[in-house]
Design a protein around this ligand. Structure first.
Ligand SMILES: [Zn+2]
Length: 328
């Protein structure tokens, strides 16, 4: 159960459920002309509804003819509808997934194997993901926190984050050892020299139940689509009024160096951290991992997304990062 209030209302996804591709929840809008194939995905985690709001808003604009790509295509994905269907604001973590985390199944061997609803769903989405050049994957967080844009290790994604101009904090990370994320699948994780035009970003828009997370999701979609340039900039601004928020005053790259992995559900932090706390001195104690103190490994160490809500043996509860200014 959550002690945080869930104030963001549920979007009505009934009109958007069927999709127009033959795969539930998957929509594709094709200009009929060559160009960038862009994908925006939401609900990879069933309780992260800010992205579903943004995707529903885009679907409205596209199906009402207020917006149409002038080159390439846009694919919109409502990823884990089965988990979303179980959503209950009083116990929202329970609808994160049905059988297992959909954002750890993006390896062909797991998708081919099937065995869980999430692996079968990943396999159904795979052809669309494979053809995408650019991906923006919309998420939200267990705890109240400033938004974070996760770029992976590839400099091309960091450059795109800088061009987008928000949010303020960019996380440079290698993903998780318990499985591959959507944003790291296939071509997305190749080094820049081999990856052609591919880009992939995952945005964490703030606490799941915070109405502001919806504003962040909309703002990020708009910035991403501006950069992708498959719509006219003026057309985007007119079709999506109020979606653009202020640019970040300054952007920071947080280079993740290592995760802290819980040894059991007994993991505890030393204080109620919410993320982006910076510890000046190496060796500062930040938690207790089954009786063993957890200390910061270097000076000016930043905590990225601390949370014990999903804590059990093998689950990452926080990541350590070094901070650099992100400049042109
Ligand atoms: Zn998520």
């Amino acid at each position: 159960m959550s002690d945080l209030r869930f104030e963001l209302p549920l979007p009505d996804l009934a009109p958007w459920r069927a999709g127009n591709t033959g795969v539930e929840g998957v929509w594709r809008f094709d200009s009929g002309r060559p160009g960038r194939r862009v994908m925006i995905s939401a609900l990879v985690h069933g309780n992260e509804i800010c992205g579903a709001w943004a995707v529903a808003g885009l679907l409205e604009a596209l199906t009402q003819g207020r917006l149409a790509p002038h080159s390439g295509s846009l694919c919109l994905v409502l990823a884990n509808l089965e988990a979303f269907d179980r959503f209950d604001a009083r116990d929202h973590d329970a609808s994160r997934f049905v059988d297992e985390d959909l954002n750890r199944q993006w390896q062909d061997v797991r998708m081919d194997e099937g065995g869980t609803r999430e692996r079968r769903r990943a396999a159904a989405l795979r052809p669309f993901v494979r053809e995408a050049d650019w991906l923006l994957d919309l998420h939200s967080m267990h705890e109240p926190s400033a938004p974070l844009l996760l770029t992976g290790l590839q400099p091309r994604n960091r450059e795109l984050a800088r061009r987008m101009g928000a949010p303020a904090h960019i996380v440079v990370d290698a993903g998780h050892k318990d499985g591959t994320r959507l944003r790291d699948y296939g071509r997305f994780s190749l080094p820049d020299a081999q990856a052609g035009d591919s880009r992939s970003l995952l945005v964490e828009c703030g606490f799941h139940g915070d109405p502001a997370s919806r504003d962040v999701a909309r703002d990020q979609c708009l910035r991403f689509l501006e950069a992708a340039a498959i719509f006219g900039a003026a057309e985007l601004a007119t079709a999506l009024p109020g979606w653009k928020q202020a640019d970040a005053a300054e952007q920071w790259a947080l280079e993740v160096t290592e995760p802290v992995v819980a040894k059991s559900s007994g993991f505890r932090f030393a204080a109620p951290y919410t993320g982006l706390e910076c510890f000046a001195k190496a060796g500062s104690v930040i938690g207790d991992n089954d009786g063993q103190p957890v200390t910061t490994p270097y000076d000016d160490c930043v905590l990225v997304m601390p949370s014990v809500r999903q804590a059990r043996a093998g689950v990452t509860v926080v990541r350590f990062a070094k901070r650099h200014a992100l400049r042109p």
